[in-house]
Design a protein around this ligand. Structure first.
Ligand SMILES: CC(C)(COP(=O)(O)OP(=O)(O)OC[C@H]1O[C@@H](n2cnc3c(N)ncnc32)[C@H](O)[C@@H]1OP(=O)(O)O)[C@@H](O)C(=O)NCCC(=O)NCCS
Length: 398
């Protein structure tokens, strides 16, 4: 049975069903005197801390007012806040505070609804920073995510809002910090099936592909409609390991390599503590700034989280597509950013994220995609030529 307030908000049925679960639990603490995080003063503080651009602020305040003046909307806001910030994992179960459906994230046209829910964690996150003596400027830089996603919303919908709250929430848990140009997040190592060996003498890292993977296109994993040039193998004996190594160009070698275990040892295993690297939109990815960002991050984690014994940095992104250096000049920020990483190909990779990030919409037919920047032109031209772009993976040992 769907609770009555949820039926009054024009929500898609799936969202109604999702949010019906646990409804009674959250409503038991619903503050009848008013929800604190939709009050004007609170939202002013959110706008200040996140440096939300001035032109977006009226929409933020209008969303707050709309929630305050509509009880079903207030109750849903409280429910989502409860799911995101108050409920225990057991109480929350599988229910997400956010939906993938844009209509559910902006109920009754309340465009900042899910951004406001994410920022409802502000009092807790401020306490977290204070307790650890982390400068509030880091919180402010991290909360910039609200502004970045508000711009994305404006570009896509022509009005100000924020429905990428699941991402903004990462900043408010907080698991993620913006330090200089880049964002860094507590993470656990994901091997993607690869094996990682370190040379005991010189520290060199060898990345060996998982077995039984078809390979095509000069060293990328074959896509389902492609004929493979060969299939990978991976064999460990008492004295050596043999496999297909990722080369400096980010692609797999076409012949296997054998590493003697007298000289090589396992460097990373699934679940090792790592720092995930994210690249927020907002400004060019200048090389010096990104390098500086890693330096700031190393100092930051050493100072504020000395117990977090991470083994390195990992990143998966369209920006780590190692084929870019064929098309973009060596001076391109993306190409220079890639040089910071040891690159390797991602199993099952495709160009979905390229099309989303470069054309603004992954589903746009190629005859309608924007053609303003050189990368937009390259992507369209090469996809039409049959070239396959693929997101890539990158690693930087600590
Ligand atoms: C990361 C980012 C700032 C890099 O842009 P940049 O610093 O301009 O990078 P480059 O110098 O390598 O750009 C080379 C060319 O590609 C263009 N380009 C780069 N990223 C682009 C993008 N996302 N969309 C369209 N064009 C892009 C540049 O405008 C430039 O074109 P020009 O030669 O006509 O001037 C940009 O891609 C961006 O904002 N991306 C969004 C965030 C993102 O994708 N994060 C990763 C999520 S996993």
């Amino acid at each position: 049975m769907i609770p009555e307030p949820l039926t009054q908000l024009g929500l898609p049925l799936e969202a109604q069903e999702n949010w019906s679960r646990n409804w009674e639990l959250s409503q038991a603490s619903f503050p009848k005197e008013g929800v604190f995080f939709v009050q004007e003063d609170f939202l002013r503080e959110v706008a200040e801390i996140s440096r939300l651009r001035q032109e977006a602020r009226p929409a933020l305040f209008a969303s707050g007012r709309q929630i305050r003046e509509n009880e079903p909307l207030s109750r849903l806001a409280w429910h989502c806040h409860w799911l995101a910030h108050l409920a225990t994992a057991e109480e929350r179960g599988e229910v997400s505070p956010y939906s993938h459906d844009p209509k559910a994230n902006a109920p009754l046209g309340c465009t900042f609804f899910s951004g406001i829910i994410a920022m409802a964690a502000l009092p807790r996150i401020k306490a977290y920073y204070t307790e650890r003596a982390i400068p509030m400027s880091v919180l402010s830089d991290s909360a910039l995510a609200l502004d970045i996603w508000a711009e994305d919303y404006f570009v896509k919908h022509g009005v100000w809002g924020c429905d990428h709250a699941a991402w903004v929430l990462q900043h408010t848990v907080p698991t993620l910090f913006r330090l200089g140009r880049l964002e860094f997040q507590f993470g656990a190592f994901r091997s993607h099936g690869f094996s990682f060996y370190c040379n005991k003498k010189n520290g060199e890292l060898a990345i060996l592909a998982p077995p039984d993977m078809p390979v095509a296109d000069e060293g990328y994993f074959a896509q389902s409609d492609q004929k493979a040039d060969f299939t990978t193998t991976f064999v460990v004996t008492d004295t050596s390991v043999t496999g297909y190594q990722a080369q400096a160009n980010g692609r797999l070698a076409y012949a296997p390599v054998t590493l003697p275990l007298a000289d090589w040892e396992v460097a990373f295993t699934e679940g090792d503590k790592m720092i995930n690297v994210h690249i927020p939109a907002c400004a060019p990815l200048e090389y010096e700034l990104t390098r500086d960002s890693f330096r700031i991050c190393r100092e930051f984690f050493a100072k504020y989280f000395p117990g977090f014994a991470y083994k390195g940095f990992q990143c998966g992104s369209w920006l780590l597509d190692s084929s870019f250096n064929r098309f973009l000049p060596p001076t391109s920020n993306i190409v220079r950013f890639q040089s910071l990483f040891q690159l390797f190909p991602a199993p099952k990779a495709n160009d979905w994220q390229h099309r989303e990030r470069v054309f603004g919409n992954p589903d746009l037919p190629l005859d309608q995609v924007p053609q303003k920047t050189s990368l937009q032109k390259i992507l369209k031209r090469e996809i039409l030529n049959g070239f396959r772009f693929r997101s890539g993976l990158g690693l930087i040992p600590r």
